[in-house]
Design a protein around this ligand. Structure first.
Ligand code: PLP
Length: 419
């Protein structure tokens, strides 16, 4: 079992086959040159050192070729998004046909709801988690309004039970059992941004489909963190951003998944632009709209290559390491973090994230009784970068790509001291 000593943490780093990856990232430093202890990869992942070269190459090719870069660039811009598809599909457990990188997350959720939220007068309600990320809540509320429904009446919240923090799948089952005839869509965060709970996606899909509800998953906190097996889960659609665990830079583009079973359905309502029109005839102009099969059929515009270059730089690292190795380290790293926190002799601390590794990613959400934001401030002053959620929760994500066992050890030592 684990031991609560610096020696032991350093020993784990020595044995860690992925430890070399840390040197491939820019780790922010304090003014004396010490690395920050960075635990907010769930909010903005760190920058891989190779990102600069990938972006520079596109800048160079733009300088050299102008518009001809669409075909002449070393990575031609015309099909550039296709270079991202295979790696991205692997990360979320999808077929290449089912995945595309485009737009940003909330935009993708809306475009997906254009197709998969098709309310009728009687079957129109949407289920979300009560702790859904605000953007997802606003998105579904605005969809309800757009279709002429009342947001109070139309929105159903899946809530933790009184006195509990985590969601129970049987409570979702009960909601859908009782009100399924009125429910058109379940839109659920696969890994909850607040508690870090990793929900059973396959089970959610079964529950939804049993009552003919569409099911969508927001994977913002899942992509690059856990291995969701989207295809096998049978989920209708999903979307995720790439600037959290996928280390692709602030505001970078998002991923979109549409299950193969919808890939060839040209009847689905959707918005259109030239980029979801048939590639073969796109430049003949004046053609009637002919939608592409698969996830590419949800694109609208030609995509920003510089942002995609940053995504390529990151995906190449994921491709090299593989999610399996990352996940194995992640379970160990977060397991060690949890162990150290549980060693602190206090009744002020409670980890609200599930203790079962199968029900969480790398993040732990730590509730500190009688704490206020000054604790977070003190951590920050000590170069420990975490995320604070009112009233009393610190969210901390040790990321297997660049966090070390020593990071985790040092963080908990400081936390102990500050309490
Ligand atoms: C980070 C996050 C977002 C952010 O949405 P953007 O459209 O990328 O600004 C939305 N939803 C969830 C669940 C998130 O975690």
């Amino acid at each position: 079992m684990y031991k609560p000593t610096l020696d032991y943490a350093q020993q784990l780093d020595k044995e860690d086959k992925l430890a070399h990856l840390r040197a491939q990232f820019h780790i922010p430093k304090d003014k004396d040159g010490n690395d920050w202890l960075y635990f907010t990869g769930n909010s903005l992942g760190l920058q891989p050192k190779q990102t600069q070269q990938y972006i520079q190459q596109e800048l160079d090719d733009w300088a050299k070729y102008g518009v001809e870069g669409h075909f002449e660039a070393r990575n031609p811009w015309m099909p550039y998004h296709e270079f991202l598809t295979n790696s991205m599909a692997k990360i979320v457990g999808a077929k290449p046909l089912e995945v595309v990188v485009m737009n940003t997350l909330t935009t993708n959720l809306h475009l997906l709801m254009v197709s998969f939220y098709q309310p009728t007068k009687t079957k129109y309600k949407i289920v979300i988690e009560s702790d859904a990320f605000p953007s997802d809540r606003y998105a579904v509320q605005s969809q309800l309004k757009f279709h002429g429904f009342d947001t109070e009446d139309g929105l159903i919240e899946w809530k933790p039970r009184e006195g509990e923090e985590l969601l129970r799948i049987e409570d979702l089952e009960k909601i859908v059992d009782e009100q399924g005839d009125e429910i058109a869509l379940l839109l659920i965060g696969g890994v909850n941004y607040y508690t870090g709970q990793y929900l059973d996606i396959k089970r959610i899909v079964e529950i939804g489909h049993a009552k003919n509800c569409m099911v969508g998953i927001d994977l913002a906190h899942g992509a690059g963190n856990i291995s969701p097996e989207l295809h096998d889960s049978g989920v209708d659609f999903a979307a995720w951003c790439t600037y959290k665990y996928l280390n692709s830079g602030p505001g970078s583009l998002a991923g979109l998944f549409v299950h193969e079973k919808h890939a060839h359905n040209k009847e689905l309502p959707r918005f259109a632009g030239w980029w979801n029109h048939n590639k073969e005839t796109r430049f003949n102009m004046r053609q009637p709209f002919d939608v592409m099969p698969g996830a590419e059929g949800w694109q609208l515009s030609n995509p920003p290559i510089l942002s995609m270059a940053a995504i390529r730089a990151s995906l190449d690292m994921f491709e090299e390491v593989g999610m399996e190795a990352l996940r194995a380290k992640s379970e160990k790293l977060t397991g060690y973090f949890e162990y150290l926190i549980n060693q602190i002799d206090t009744d002020r601390i409670k980890i609200i994230t599930p203790s079962n590794p199968k029900e969480r990613g790398c993040q732990l959400s730590i509730q500190v009784k009688n704490a206020d934001k000054s604790l977070h401030k003190k951590l920050t002053e000590n170069n420990i970068i975490t995320d604070w959620r009112e009233p009393d929760v610190i969210r901390c994500a040790p990321v297997p790509m660049y966090n070390s066992f020593e990071d985790v050890y040092r963080m908990v030592e400081k936390l102990k001291e500050l309490l």
